[in-house]
Design a protein around this ligand. Structure first.
Ligand code: PLP
Length: 443
C-alpha cells in the first residue's frame, strides 16, 4: 500500500532503484533504456560521476543559505556561466526550482517591467494553442493543454491564443514553409491589434514545441517575424526553452537556430539534468534595469531560489557538457536518430510524421496516413505504446491530444546527450516493436 498520490491512482509503478548512464534499473533487476530522459530532463544520463562529485563537494561546504541573507559563490558562478553563453542582450538570471516556476516568474517579471515603466494598462498575454508551459495557474493559463485546463478554467488569468506552427497539419498544400510562417506571424499581429498594441504584455512560445505537439520546430523565418512584430508594439517575447533548451536541439539555446534573442527565457530540465530541481529565468538587461532603476525589488521569490546544491548540480552539468563537447554529439546522434526513425517508420502504416530537432524527435501516430486521420481517442494508443515500450525495457514519452487536445497521439524521444550509435539503433528497434504491438492490439 502506498501513501503517495501518484500521477495515476490506479497504476502500479515499478520502483526505480538505480541509474547508470542511459539506463534505470528497477527493484526486479529489469533495466530500461531511458530514451526520453524521463521527460527530456536527464541530459547527462544517470549517476554521472563528475556531477555527483561536484554536488558532494557543495554539500560538504553548504547545502543551502536563504537568499534574503546571502548570495553564494556557486549561484554567482552559475549565473556568470549562463549569461556568458546566453543569447544577445541577456544580462541577468533569476533562479527557480523548475519549469513552471520559471514561467510564473517570467509572466510576473514581464508585467512588473511595464508597471515600473508606468505602462499599467498592459495586461494581456498571448500564447499559442497546443503548447505546454507548466502546471501552476499562470503557466496553465498561457499553455493550452485542454485536458489539464478543463477543471481550472474559472481560476485562470485571461490569456489569448493563436495558432501554433504545426507544419504537418497546418501548412496548406502549395504553401511554402516561409509563407506559412508569415501567415502565422500575421495572425499574431492581428491578435495584438485586436487587443490593442499597448495592452499586451508579452507573447509566450516554446521555441520548439515539446510535449504537447511532439517535437515541432518552427518554419524558417517565423520567429524572426515574431520578434519584429513584438518590437513594433513594445510587446515582450518570452521563450519557453524549459524542454527544448540547454542543448537538447543541438545548440545551447534553441533560439540560436532561429536567429532571435528573447526578452525573457525560461530554462529548467536540461539545466540541471535531473540531479536537483532547478530552473532559471534569463532576462534582457533592459528588464533588469527597469526594476533596478524603479522599485529595486522583483515582487517574487521562493524559499529555495538559488539553492546551493541545485546550483552546483547545474554548474557541473554545464561544465561537463562543454568539456565533453556534447552539443556535437547531440547533433550527430540526433541526425542518426532522425535517419533511423525515417528508415523504420517512413512507410509505416500508422506513422504519419517523423519530426524534431537534435535529440528531441517524435513520431505522430495516425490510423490513416493518407487522410492524416488520428486514432480514436478512446483507444488511448499513446498509453498502450508506453506500456509496450516499458515491457521491452524502453522509456519513451508518448502523449495523446496531439491534434486538438483530444484527438491524436505522438511519441516523444529525448535521450541523454551521451548516447551512442548502437544505443540509437536499439531504441529505434524496440520502439518499432512497441508500436507494432500497440497498433496490432487496436486492430
Ligand atoms: C515547455 C515546458 N514548459 C514548462 C514546463 C513545466 O516544467 P516543470 O514540470 O518543471 O514545472 C514543461 C514541463 O514539461 C515544459 O515542457
Amino acid at each position: 500500500m502506498t501513501h503517495i498520490l501518484h500521477r495515476h491512482t490506479g497504476h502500479d509503478y515499478p520502483f526505480a532503484i538505480s541509474g547508470a548512464g542511459v539506463t534505470i534499473r528497477d527493484a526486479a533487476g529489469k533495466e530500461y533504456i531511458d530514451a526520453s530522459g524521463g521527460a527530456a530532463v536527464s541530459c547527462l544520463g544517470h549517476s554521472h560521476q563528475d556531477v555527483l562529485a561536484a554536488m558532494h563537494a557543495q554539500l560538504d561546504r553548504l547545502a543551502y543559505a536563504h537568499t534574503s541573507f546571502f548570495t553564494t559563490q556557486v549561484a554567482e558562478e552559475l549565473a556568470d556561466d549562463l549569461v556568458a553563453h546566453a543569447p544577445r542582450g541577456i544580462g541577468r538570471v533569476f533562479f527557480l526550482s523548475g519549469g513552471s516556476e520559471a514561467i510564473e516568474a517570467a509572466l510576473k517579471l514581464a508585467r512588473q517591467y511595464f508597471v515600473e515603466r508606468g505602462e499599467l494598462q498592459r495586461r494581456y498575454f498571448i500564447a499559442r494553442r497546443q503548447s505546454y508551459h507548466g502546471i501552476t495557474l499562470g503557466a496553465l493559463a498561457v499553455g493550452e493543454r485542454l485536458r489539464q485546463r478543463e477543471a481550472f478554467g474559472p481560476l485562470l488569468i485571461e490569456t489569448h491564443h493563436v495558432s501554433p506552427v504545426y507544419e504537418y497539419r497546418g501548412r496548406r498544400i502549395n504553401e511554402t514553409p516561409p509563407a506559412y510562417g508569415e501567415r502565422l506571424a500575421q495572425e499574431l499581429e492581428a491578435k495584438i491589434n485586436e487587443l490593442g498594441g499597448d495592452q499586451v504584455i508579452a507573447f509566450v512560445a516554446e521555441t520548439v514545441v515539446g510535449a504537447t505537439l511532439g517535437a515541432v520546430p518552427a518554419v524558417p523565418g517565423y520567429f524572426a517575424r515574431v520578434r519584429d512584430i513584438c518590437d513594433r508594439y513594445g510587446v515582450l517575447l518570452i521563450l519557453d526553452e524549459v524542454m527544448c533548451g540547454m542543448g537538447r536541439t543541438g545548440s545551447l539555446h534553441a533560439c540560436e537556430q532561429e536567429g532571435v534573442s528573447p526578452d525573457l527565457m525560461a530554462l529548467a530540465k536540461g539545466l540541471g539534468g535531473g540531479y536537483a530541481p532547478i530552473g532559471a529565468l534569463l532576462m534582457q538587461t533592459k528588464i533588469f534595469n527597469a526594476i533596478a532603476d524603479g522599485s529595486g525589488v522583483f515582487q517574487h521569490s521562493h524559499t529555495y531560489t538559488g539553492h546551493s546544491l541545485a546550483c552546483a548540480s547545474a554548474l557541473a552539468v554545464q561544465r561537463v557538457m562543454r568539456r565533453d563537447k556534447l552539443l556535437a554529439n547531440v547533433s550527430a546522434q540526433g541526425a542518426r536518430l532522425a535517419r533511423r526513425l525515417n528508415e523504420r517508420f517512413g512507410n509505416h502504416p500508422f506513422v504519419g510524421d517523423v519530426r524534431g530537432r537534435g535529440l528531441l524527435q517524435a513520431l505522430e501516430l495516425v490510423a490513416d496516413r493518407a487522410r492524416k486521420r488520428p486514432f480514436d481517442a478512446k483507444l488511448k494508443l499513446h498509453a498502450r505504446v508506453k506500456r509496450e515500450a516499458m515491457a521491452r525495457g524502453l522509456m519513451i514519452y508518448p502523449t495523446g491530444g496531439t491534434v486538438d487536445g483530444e484527438r491524436g497521439d505522438h511519441v516523444l524521444l529525448a535521450p541523454p546527450f551521451i548516447i551512442d550509435a548502437p544505443l540509437v539503433d536499439t531504441i529505434v528497434e524496440r520502439l518499432g516493436e512497441a508500436i507494432d504491438a500497440a497498433t496490432t492490439e487496436t486492430n
